[in-house]
Design a protein around this ligand. Structure first.
Ligand code: GTP
Ligand code: MG
Length: 206
């Protein structure tokens, strides 16, 4: 998909705040500080659109970005940030699970973002189970792979595939590695959403 426009729409804390306008969702979920917001910026070619930070816990709401007036990129708050205030930790689960339940039918693809340099965490595995249970289409995006050498990348991918399953792409928001692979998957999933005509907002220009 050629990006003609993208903009921040809303930071939602409750389902009532989600955008009402139709269009499929592309969802980014994963550990705090893993690089979800950076991946959104890289895929959209829009530096600084989603706010990023070297401090974990930057994204604490469900943030919607409107892309080409036809689909939504959704940045979910990260998990596993031990120093998050108690209130933030308590609100995370209902916020994310509430989102997945409310928008399940709309989700064209969820990207479960993990750090290519580390083993999957128990919370990553829990997320995977949620996605499988709710029958949400997903792919694992192992990011920050620019920090690994060629051999290291192959080893890391093999290890993560053992832990999380075969459907894994090595990517980097910094170097752009794997961006094309993600886009070809996304294009297929968005075309599938359009074909299923679940969503009437699609027009031939998209
Ligand atoms: P939360 O909003 O806290 O959940 O974090 P996030 O997952 O959105 O992470 P964010 O995109 O803010 O990135 C966290 C840090 O990792 C920032 O300092 C980024 O510059 C860095 N980063 C993200 N992606 C990459 C990557 O592919 N390679 C490298 N080297 N650094 C990256
Ligand atoms: Mg973020």
């Amino acid at each position: 998909m050629k990006i003609r426009s993208c903009s921040f729409e809303v930071a939602a804390y409750r389902p009532q705040d989600y955008p009402r306008a139709p269009g499929p969702d592309v969802v980014f979920m994963g550990r705090s500080n893993v690089g979800k917001s950076s991946m959104i910026n890289r895929l959209l070619g829009a530096k600084g659109l989603a706010r990023t930070s070297s401090q974990p816990g930057r994204t604490q709401s469900v943030n919607f970005y409107r892309v080409n007036d036809c689909c939504w990129f959704v940045d979910l708050p990260g998990y596993g940030y031990a120093k998050a205030p108690e209130e933030v930790r308590r609100s995370w689960k209902p916020m994310v699970e509430g989102f997945l339940d409310a928008r399940r039918e709309r989700i064209a693809l969820a990207l479960l973002v993990v750090d290519a340099r580390h083993d999957a965490s128990p919370l990553d595995k829990t997320m995977l189970e949620w996605l499988e249970d709710k029958e949400i289409p997903f792919v694992i995006a192992a990011t920050k792979s620019d920090k690994l050498s060629g051999n290291g990348r192959a080893r890391a991918a093999a290890q993560l595939r053992r832990e999380l399953g075969d459907d894994l792409l090595l990517v980097s928001a910094q170097s752009g590695l794997g961006t094309k692979d993600i886009w070809s998957r996304l294009d297929r999933c968005l075309a599938g959403a359009r074909e299923s005509k679940k969503d009437q907002s699609w027009t031939s220009k998209n």
